[in-house]
Design a binder for this molecule. Structure first.
Ligand code: GLY
Length: 402
């Protein structure tokens, strides 16, 4: 039997292609603003959020050259408490948001020098973090290895459970009247030089006044999108482990603990419910989502160097997902050169963190046609200067005739 929100009608004001957390927050915000909204996805609430650890790490994941992205990350982190309160009220579900802070530690002299550099960059960027000695780190987190040489305490980098976030967004969407079409979108429909809907893998044709492409790492694969408008998004594989902390061990860790070990990031994210998420590899292997012995080995080896006691814990799950990487590691948000088509994709390592600000930005785009000031630097136009809008439309026509 069809659920009340399983789509039968084919027309809407907004069609969101992709029902991961970015597509869902876009749909929820659009529906809240009175737009008749539909989402197409074979498994809404799935995608990268099923694998992600859910760190909200604007400060600890700061990188050189990403100051503009830092502004968006901080804006989203600041919105998180209000966003969570609103979403939990709208859905009646807990999102697992935990304002626990983060401790980034160093295990050897090289790691410590790198962490010192990060601390200096954070200070130049006006961010709050505190340098701790190894002893001070262990006083905060007694399970840390005796060899920890120092660390950065970042009390503002929190966490959320991405699976619960996705589930809450799904319920909030359903309660707001969003219609779900549980199928892949094969092709964008273009009518009179404008995006006008999509054709689904099951043959259904959906129409909409505005289309948002929010397909995560798959966003660059939608048929019918002109080459210059197609987002330059690629899959970046991440393998993640889940362990269970028995109640008798609690509290095993009281905050997120992370480090760079021999050049690789490793983080341990302790949830309220006793789950401990250990991530993540970063691999440019195309569409491969195999969990490998090497990936699991490296994560366990590095995590064990940080927190030796993890070898006592049951290993409950191993997963691999695909981050939607973009050429500058920042998202693509807002209108494209093809009228009627907007993007909300390319969030790379920051999809969970950027969910609140993306929802707000896309709601502004869908109701006013423009990105709000904090999101303007992330317009897809920064990658599409090669073709004018007229040439982009001509390229679609050419594609449709072949
Ligand atoms: N932001 C964490 C990751 O992408 O692994």
């Amino acid at each position: 039997m069809q659920s009340p929100h399983e789509g039968t009608g084919t027309g809407s004001d907004v069609l969101v292609i992709g029902g991961g957390i970015i597509g869902l927050v876009t749909a929820w915000r659009a529906a809240q603003r009175g737009l008749r909204t539909a989402v197409t996805d074979p498994d809404p609430g799935g995608g990268a959020a099923r694998v992600a650890a859910g760190m909200l790490a604007a400060v600890t994941e700061l990188h050189y050259g990403e100051e503009t992205l830092l502004g968006l990350n901080l804006a989203s982190a600041a919105r998180y408490p209000g966003f969570v309160a609103e979403l939990e009220a709208a859905s009646g579900q807990d999102t697992g948001y935990r304002a626990c802070g983060t401790l980034a530690v160093a295990l050897d002299t090289d790691d410590r020098a790198q962490l010192r550099e990060l601390h200096a960059l954070q200070q130049r960027s006006g961010l709050t973090s505190q340098w701790l000695t190894g002893r001070e780190c262990r006083r905060l987190e007694p399970m840390l290895a005796p060899g920890v040489r120092g660390g950065l305490r970042v009390d503002g980098d929190h966490q959320i459970d991405p699976r619960r976030l996705a589930a809450a967004l799904l319920t909030a969407c359903e309660r707001a009247g969003v219609v779900f079409h549980r199928a892949h979108a094969d092709r964008l429909s273009v009518v009179r030089d404008r995006a006008a809907g999509a054709v689904l893998a099951d043959g259904r044709a959906l129409t909409a006044d505005q289309v948002v492409l929010a397909g995560g790492s798959l966003s660059g694969r939608l048929g019918g999108v002109p080459a210059d408008v197609l987002p330059p998004v690629r899959p970046v594989k991440g393998q993640v482990l889940r362990l269970a902390v028995p109640r008798t061990y609690a509290p095993f860790l009281s905050r997120t603990v992370r480090a760079v070990v021999r050049g690789s990031q490793v983080y341990l994210v302790p949830r309220e419910n006793g789950e401990l998420v250990v991530g993540a590899t970063s691999e440019e292997l195309g569409w491969d989502t195999t969990v490998t012995a090497g990936g699991v080995y490296e994560l366990l080896r590095d995590a064990h160097e940080l927190v030796p006691g993890i070898t006592e814990l049951p290993l409950t799950d191993t997963l691999a997902g695909l981050r939607p990487g973009s050429p500058d590691n920042a998202p693509l948000l807002g209108p494209t050169a093809l009228p009627g088509l907007s993007l909300a994709t390319g969030h790379y390592r920051n999809g969970v963190l950027l969910t609140p600000v993306t929802g707000d930005a896309m709601a502004a785009v869908l109701t006013t046609g423009e990105l709000p000031p904090e999101a303007r630097a992330f317009s897809p136009s920064r990658f599409s200067s090669r073709l004018s809008p007229a040439a982009a439309v001509a390229s679609i026509r050419q594609e449709q005739t072949v």
